[in-house]
Design a protein around this ligand. Structure first.
Ligand SMILES: Nc1ncnc2c1ncn2[C@@H]1O[C@H](COP(=O)(O)OP(=O)(O)O)[C@@H](O)[C@H]1O
Ligand SMILES: [Mg+2]
Length: 245
């Protein structure tokens, strides 16, 4: 039965969608069947990252309203065999409810090993929908005070929603900027402020962006993708190194 993992953050732009796609590719590399669900109604983007936007006909709102069958909203990613996508509704008005997504993930769990749910920015209804079916929640943050505030808010909300399996992903980490900006003395201070157990530190690395946009996240190698491979390994119960910069 597939494990549902929600990728969240308080603020937009911390790298949720990037982590979602690259983690999906890393889990596929480990031999798993992975489904990505885009919950960013009205602002969907995973279809572009996975190169399937031209083939999209139906989305999850169509399946809910009975315009199509549930199979018709699952789009296999052409260049990453084993990775599939359910796109978010194109219109924000079609935002999904938590109960609908929960039921939907229950129905497809048997066909996948991992279901990664990409949450929209903020902590509104889309966030609640994304986290409702999740057995594990990743909080993606950057090492800036505003990002950390979002992270703390999200951690409190996740706890209020009864989530206990919460892990911190520090993304876009640059050791030189971290030192130069000096918002924090060290990463321990960041982790203490978040009060979430760390599971990955992914470096600022344009190569990860290029690999995703070009559809080569599956086979590319760079510091950030190695960190994401290690994130996949940790999710899979292994214990590789945390810090690669
Ligand atoms: N590790 C990284 N290194 C460099 N750029 C990154 C990294 N992760 C994300 N980005 C860039 O940051 C921006 C926001 O990423 P995105 O995944 O869309 O964030 P979110 O889904 O949280 O809004 C994008 O321009 C993306 O290419
Ligand atoms: Mg996003």
């Amino acid at each position: 039965m597939g494990k549902v993992i929600a990728i969240t953050s308080g603020k937009g732009g911390t790298g949720k969608s990037t982590i979602c796609v690259s983690l999906g590719a890393a889990l596929v590399k480990r031999g798993y069947r992975v489904l990505l669900i885009d919950c960013d109604s009205g602002m969907r983007g995973l279809d572009i990252m996975l190169g399937v936007s031209n083939s999209l006909v139906f989305d999850i709102a169509d399946a809910v309203s009975g315009n199509c069958s549930p199979d018709q909203i699952v789009y296999p990613c052409n260049h990453i065999h084993g990775l599939s996508l359910i796109p978010a509704p194109q219109n924000a008005v079609d935002e999904l409810s938590p109960s609908v997504l929960k039921q939907f993930t229950e129905n497809v769990k048997k066909s996948y090993d991992y279901i990664l749910v990409d949450s929209p920015a903020g902590v509104g209804k889309g966030f609640e929908t994304a986290i409702t079916p999740a057995e594990m929640c990743l909080v993606v943050a950057n090492t800036e005070p505003t990002s950390m505030r979002g992270c703390v808010n999200v951690r409190k909300l996740l706890t209020d929603f009864g989530k206990t399996n919460i892990r911190l992903v520090i993304n876009r980490f640059s050791r030189s900027d971290f030192k130069k900006l000096h918002f924090y003395d060290d990463l321990d201070q960041v982790i203490d402020e978040a009060a979430i157990q760390l599971i990955a530190v992914v470096s600022e690395d344009r190569q990860v962006v290029s690999a995703i946009q070009k559809g080569t996240a599956y086979k590319g190698s760079c510091t950030a993708l190695t960190a994401i491979d290690n994130l996949a390994a940790r999710i899979d119960g292994e214990n590789p190194t945390l810090l690669i910069t």
